[in-house]
Write a protein that binds this ligand. Sequence first.
Ligand code: NDP
Length: 330
Amino acid sequence: MVYVASDERYEAMRYNRCGKSGLKLPAISLGLWHNFGGIDTYENGRDMITRAFDLGITHFDLANNYGPPPGSAEELFGRVLARDLAPYRDEMVISTKAGFYMWPGPYGEWGSRKYVLSSLDQSLKRLGLDYVDIFYSHRPDPETPLEETMGALDQAVRSGKALYVGLSNYSAEQTEAAIAILRELGTPLLIHQPRYSLLDRWIENGLQDVLERHGVGSIAFTPLAQGMLTNKYLNGIPGDSRAAKPSTALSESQITPDTLRKVRLLNQMAAARGQSLAQFALAWVLRSGRVTSALIGASRVSQIEDNVAALSNLEFSQEELERIEVILGA
Ligand code: NDP
């Protein structure tokens, strides 16, 4: 069946300005790290992407290595784009990244100009696109001069293959240095993509201040701590969950009794607000306007629907915020 986007797709979503740029991003974006690979069901991936778009999620986040196998999430997204979303390309913000291992030999990962630019060309082919909206350096490279990696990002924009550039997993200090180089090159840093959730708050110790000082936006990945900040692990590990699957980034051993104790208390708070724990965790990430977008993952359409509904209650009282600190600190 030919996909036709819902006429109501812009009614419920909020769009936040990305730093001091001209670009707005949806408060909730969809990432294709898990569940959109060659090992997953194409139809389920397509349903999640099109449903997300119908709910106002205009931003889809990819990377060269998403799959498995690496590259296959870009291929799946490219198929959905060609078949269903091509008429809406200008309503979408599509990102990809280069940094992690993609091919053998000395040019298949990290941050050399050689790797970064050839990886972007490969991504564009898999996606079936002439350009991506945001191109990221996926991780800092301790051996390549920062000038070289930033120069490659600048070149991606100048050659018309990306509209904006981003950094992911860079520390506050590395980010500040990169911002200065990019500014000099004339391609300002649009966005940083760090890990951030109720269970991992490292960006509050410096990175957020750097981003604010320089007018750079942020998109928080794993805002649900890969599913730990939902009700899914409260009574054991469901067979179809990420933690039960082989070789994913979430292992059973990470779901410790201490984490579960905190998650149960947070779940009680969420229930008192009439929210699912996932909604509560997303509202918290977005609470002060310091984060431009919460970058969720999903394994089924119903999770995306649940998560977008978080937007109907993003406010926290001072009392609630203090209670959260007590729970997390205990
Ligand atoms: P989340 O923390 O949002 O976890 C997503 C998982 O949580 C889903 O796969 C699902 O687990 C579960 N889930 C989601 N919604 C619900 C719900 N409403 N109720 C119950 N369970 C739910 O994010 P991800 O870890 O998937 O990461 C999101 C994106 O962030 C990635 O796709 C990628 O784009 C980006 N990312 C970037 C990184 C980087 O280095 N730049 C690193 C990691 C991620 P289940 O599958 O078990 O159903």
